[in-house]
Design a protein around this ligand. Structure first.
Ligand code: NAP
Length: 483
């Protein structure tokens, strides 16, 4: 099935940090793909901005290397690449100084949407916001896009929010969490609120528990120094897993509108109970043959930062009281997979007698790889031998239903950037959401930092530390094996 492409209005998009890794690998190749699909109109321009001294031709050559390297071969169309590159300019700008700002102002056009992507360290956000205003480059209609990490605790997130708020209204600020741009994540809302089938069962009466897993096979490798200052809680739970939790647990918004959706997500975060130490397991991967242990990757032999975390979370409201949500995420695990599993309760009475090994229905929402959903249902095992039951997946994967999510469906960055141009904030985090998330995670982080808590070692290629398995076994449950 070919996806329907609705072109956006012409825009000038300035990418501060245009010479950086994120711009090279994700933002610029993503924009090329949107151009190729016909969504980016000819009247649009992309302006790279950074301190590196170079002209627009040199920057275009840099953009081309990103397209060569990070865009699939079947999407490499040399003519289209050349046309795309003709929409690109470069301006040398120093976020902390006066250099380049008047050049940037001269480049900007009236009558098109103006967006500014802050693909730089968060310490520069305030400088950029201030200079955009002082130099009269941004106006009340402009949009700014900011990358994670949005703070490292509540105090720093508040400081970032207030520095941005000095120059931009909340309706102009787009805080990116690329998980929210994933097709399946949006499908989660469509499935929950577009069907009558699931919502009546979507509560503690029918759902035994929920598991949210984001599992990676890679270690922290080259970014060990950066990662060691954050750890799995700050790097993954506070943002990505929290967003997934919100979408799975929120009440139906009155309409699919940015503030209605974000209001409901915020209510979930505010309803989260503090998590006691006994319900949190932190882990650190061991060395594996020639592969270094986490502490070597981090460059600190005494590091107490977690490369894995599992926790049992309770949403204290009428819908979820008594139904835990288990979160786990980590590096150097067995599989690279992200999924949400909604595990339903057994039927209240089995007319078939006690069935060995029988379990309730499970709805699995896979985010990666192979985005899709499947529902495990109990059926009769075919053939003679009486009423023997078995479980089979009722597959709702995109691949079968809509002819593959791969080719025509934009990836998360592409979609989110186009949402910025369209002025749709639904899939972006609001300032109060981010602050509420830090307000929930801060006490846990402070507790283990104050107590000098030492993470439990685990083997590379495993499912994490033993304590993580025990966390569920204790409750008579077990983690699903992700593949
Ligand atoms: P990076 O490779 O270190 O790039 C940083 C960019 O900032 C460079 O283009 C640099 O260019 C520019 N810059 C630094 N100081 C500047 C100044 N004073 N004025 C103007 N430009 C300046 O970092 P990155 O990996 O692209 O990450 C950018 C942001 O995205 C960070 O906040 C990061 O946490 C976030 N992020 C990155 C990824 C990723 O996969 N890379 C993923 C999620 C979030 P010059 O040296 O030429 O000035």
């Amino acid at each position: 099935m070919v996806s329907r492409v609705i072109p956006v209005d012409p825009f000038d998009l300035v990418i501060f940090g245009g010479t950086g890794d994120l711009a090279h690998r994700k933002i610029l190749p993503g924009l090329y793909l949107r151009y190729l699909s016909g969504q980016m109109p000819e009247g649009s321009r992309i302006i790279g901005a950074a301190r590196t001294e170079q002209d627009s031709d040199a920057f275009r050559a840099f953009v081309k290397t990103g397209i060569d390297e990070f865009v699939a071969e079947d999407k490499q169309d040399s003519e289209a690449v050349e046309r795309f590159l003709s929409h690109i300019e470069y301006v040398r700008v120093d976020a902390k100084g006066t250099d380049g700002w008047s050049d940037l102002k001269d480049l900007m056009r009236d009558g098109v949407i103006k967006a500014f992507y802050f693909s730089v360290a968060p310490s520069l956000f305030g400088d950029l916001a201030e200079r955009l205003h002082l130099n009269g480059i941004a106006d009340g209609e402009s949009r700014i896009v900011v990358e994670k990490p949005f703070g490292r605790d509540l105090a720093s997130a508040k400081a970032l929010n207030s520095v941005l708020a000095e120059h931009f209204d909340e309706t102009q600020i787009y805080r990116i969490d690329h998980y929210l741009g994933k097709e399946t994540v949006q499908n989660l809302m469509a499935v929950r609120f577009g069907n009558i089938l699931f919502e009546p069962l979507w509560n503690a009466q029918y759902i035994d528990h929920i598991q949210i897993t984001v599992s990676e096979t890679v270690g922290v490798g080259g970014r060990g120094g950066y990662y060691d200052k954050s750890g799995a809680m700050r790097d993954m739970v506070q943002n990505h897993l929290m967003q997934l939790l919100c979408l799975i647990a929120m009440e139906p918004p009155a309409q699919f509108d940015p503030d209605a959706v974000r209001d409901e997500k915020l209510k979930v975060i505010r309803a989260l109970d503090p998590v006691p130490s006994k319900d949190i397991v932190r882990g650190q991967y061991r060395a594996d043959g020639d592969e270094p242990a986490y502490r070597e990757d981090a460059g600190d032999p005494n590091s107490h930062t977690e490369s894995f975390i599992a926790m049992k979370v309770q949403v204290s409201n009428w819908r979820w009281s008594g139904t835990p949500i288990y979160l786990r995420t980590g590096k150097k695990l067995r599989a690279r997979a992200s999924e949400i599993a909604v595990v339903f309760k057994d039927p209240p009475h089995s007319i078939f007698g006690v069935q060995e090994g029988r379990r309730g229905n499970v709805l699995v929402i896979r985010l990666q790889p192979d985005e899709g959903m499947n529902l495990r249902v109990t059926i009769k095992e075919p053939g003679p031998g009486g009423m023997r039951l078995m479980e089979v997946p009722l597959d709702m994967s995109f691949a079968d239903a809509v002819g593959g999510a791969g080719d025509d469906v934009p990836d998360a960055y592409e979609r989110l950037i186009m949402d910025v141009i369209r002025g749709n904030q639904t899939l972006f985090m609001r300032g109060d959401e981010v602050e509420a998330a830090w307000a929930w995670t801060d006490p846990m982080i402070n507790r283990w930092e104050d107590n000098g808590d030492i993470p439990e070692p685990y083997d590379a290629g495993s499912s994490g530390p033993d304590g993580s398995l025990a966390l569920l076994v204790r409750d008579g449950r077990r983690w699903r094996e992700v593949k």
